[in-house]
Design a protein around this ligand. Structure first.
Ligand code: FH5
Length: 278
């Protein structure tokens, strides 16, 4: 259902612009206040010139289309957008406690309670997305923000896609498909389970599991699932068990997100409110 905010034709005059919050690849994000309602938002300003030269207009349209229709406490709202001669403006929910990766840098790694609480809330957000045939495909600390009550918000749906119905290629005959379609390894919602497993590891150890100096080494470690748990910091075997069930090469054998929420580590450590209160 579209709200009044969705229908309204917004312009820059509707907002008082505040301090810059950060820089995305295609422009800046500013704190802003909508004049009539005094509602605080984050205004993402993108330059059309840069969007054009990077051929990401279609990706941006998809991001807006997808994120504006998602309603979940752990997904950053996109209230609307507008544009002028040179720029496109996205009116986004303001996450009062900022970027999660800065917290991770500050603390090096999170406690099991904090990590499990975050992983459980992300799993719930992804279950919601997958229920709408949306896969995020870019779950990483840089795309996670923290709301006023400490709740996690998935932002930046720049890489999300609607999974088109694969009836044609899944149970239909493959006979008529050209080699490039039979060959291409189609990915499905299970890519987000893998990424959540990588994120869980990074929350607990402070580094991602397949990190290496060279990209080629990281690539090899990923395809070989070269998963090692360092002796420090000390992490429970329950956490290692969960991560091991998510970082599985065969995407159909990864622990389903619903099962993740029933895993002993989540049940024992995640705060049921989905909010880490420190
Ligand atoms: C790629 C990209 O958009 N990255 C970030 C920049 C700020 N932006 C925010 C977005 Cl899109 C929404 N809410 C935010 N809140 C903050 C923030 C709050 N504090 C106290 N410090 C910061 C920073 N930033 C945002 C997303």
């Amino acid at each position: 259902e579209s709200t009044a905010a969705e229908k309204k034709r917004w312009t820059l005059n509707d907002f008082d612009i505040g301090k810059p919050l950060g820089r995305g690849k295609f422009g800046h994000v500013y704190l802003a206040r909508e004049k009539r309602s005094n509602h605080i938002v984050a205004l993402k300003v993108l330059f059309k010139s840069q969007l054009k030269q990077s051929q990401v207009e279609h990706q941006l349209r998809r991001e807006v289309e997808i994120q504006s229709h998602l309603r979940h406490p752990n997904i950053l709202r996109l209230y609307g957008y507008f544009y002028d001669q040179k720029r496109v403006y996205l009116i986004l929910e303001y996450a009062a406690k900022g970027e999660l990766y800065k917290e991770l840098q500050k603390y090096k790694y999170f406690s099991e309670r904090r990590a499990a609480t975050y992983v459980a809330s992300l799993a719930r957000a992804l279950i919601y997305c997958h229920g709408k045939h949306v896969i995020h495909r870019d779950i990483k600390p840089e795309n996670l923000l923290v709301g006023a009550q400490g709740e996690l918000k998935i932002a930046d749906f720049g890489w999300s896609v609607h999974t088109f119905n694969r009836r044609r290629t899944m149970c239909g005959t493959l006979d008529y498909l050209p080699p490039e379609m039979v060959e291409s390894v189609e990915h499905d919602a299970n890519v987000d389970i893998w990424s959540l497993g990588v994120l869980c590891y990074e929350f607990l150890y402070g580094v991602p599991p397949f990190e290496a100096k060279e990209h080629s080494d990281t690539y090899r470690r990923i395809i070989q699932v070269d998963l090692k748990f360092p002796p420090k910091p000390i992490v429970s075997s329950a956490a290692k068990d969960l991560i091991s069930q998510m970082l599985v090469k065969d995407s159909s054998k990864r622990l389903p997100l619903q099962k993740l929420l029933e895993h002993p580590w989540i049940v024992q450590y995640a705060d049921p409110s989905g909010v880490y209160r420190g």
